[in-house]
Design a protein around this ligand. Structure first.
Ligand code: HEC
Ligand code: HEC
Length: 213
């Protein structure tokens, strides 16, 4: 995919979601967010948002706008399916208002991220992941992850999430979900990025991301 296609995709993303943008841009109250987090979320995402269970994502240091967007999109409105499909998280957000979501997002965004959990120790696999992350794969047209998520994995708010320090198992599950159309709350951007990646490339890049700080 070339840069112009990327830009067009991003512009479409921005233009098509003015209401969502307004909801996610407003700042929340981290103190109130911490209270809800301690009561409801800590069991799976840990008290400071650095989850210790690889299938549960770490939230510490993630951009507030991105977190609020995800929480809004996990929520089912009546019988309409949620924009982002996760039975676990849909149940978690049922009782939350948009204000609660912003407060939670403000809290997690302030936490300091620690290292992600990976399982790969083979240097060659990690190196393969790093090459894709930083430079993509010209042969099968995979763009560099770093072009949107930045070389250090810190992402670019509001649209491009932080990936650094995320657990490999969670990242790989998301790549597969984008690939299979189970997750498509990004207007198809990630599907275009990864549709030509091999299973091995997806695994290698997920392992590398967990080692990024
Ligand atoms: C029972 C365990 C559990 C609880 C409790 C829980 N979560 Fe989650 N959370 C998950 C799992 C599993 C996922 C991954 C969902 C998927 O497969 O896409 C997730 C995903 C998320 C995401 C998306 C992260 C990303 O990087 O896209 C956010 C944000 C989130 N949770 C916030 C919360 C908040 C806030 C609460 C409390 C109100 C909470 N969670 C409670 C298990 C849990
Ligand atoms: C053209 C820009 C772009 C490129 C290039 C890109 N991404 Fe993304 N990525 C996005 C956007 C936008 C989202 C956020 C989707 C949303 O709002 O839910 C995202 C989300 C993700 C997520 C979900 C994060 C989470 O916490 O759930 C993962 C994992 C991810 N990207 C990995 C990658 C990898 C690996 C590469 C390189 C192979 C890559 N991305 C390249 C734009 C990009």
């Amino acid at each position: 995919m070339n840069k112009i296609t990327n830009m067009v995709a991003v512009i479409v993303l921005i233009l098509s979601a003015p209401v969502l943008a307004e909801k996610t841009a407003t700042k929340g109250d981290a103190v109130k967010g911490e209270e809800i987090a301690a009561g409801v979320c800590a069991g799976c995402h840990n008290a400071d948002g650095n989850s210790v269970i690889p299938v549960n994502p770490s939230l510490a240091g993630q951009h507030a706008e991105y977190i609020t967007k995800q929480l809004i999109e996990f929520k089912m409105e009546g019988d309409t399916p949620a924009v982002r499909n996760s039975p676990i998280m849909s149940a978690m957000v049922t009782a939350l208002s948009v204000e609660d979501m912003r407060d939670l997002a403000a809290f997690y965004a302030q936490q300091k991220p620690t290292s992600g959990i990976g399982t790969e120790t083979n240097e060659e696999v990690l190196r393969q992941g790093e090459i894709i992350y930083r430079g993509g794969n010209i042969e099968n047209g995979v763009p560099a992850c770093a072009s949107c998520h930045l070389p250090d994995g810190s992402g670019i708010p509001p649209h491009y999430p932080q990936l650094a320090g995320q657990h490999a198992a969670y990242t790989l599950a998301q790549l597969n979900a984008f690939n299979d159309g189970i997750r498509d709350n990004d207007k198809g951007i990630m599907l275009k990025v990864i549709s030509r990646m091999s299973a091995q490339e997806k695994r290698a890049v997920s392992e590398f991301i967990s080692s990024l700080k």
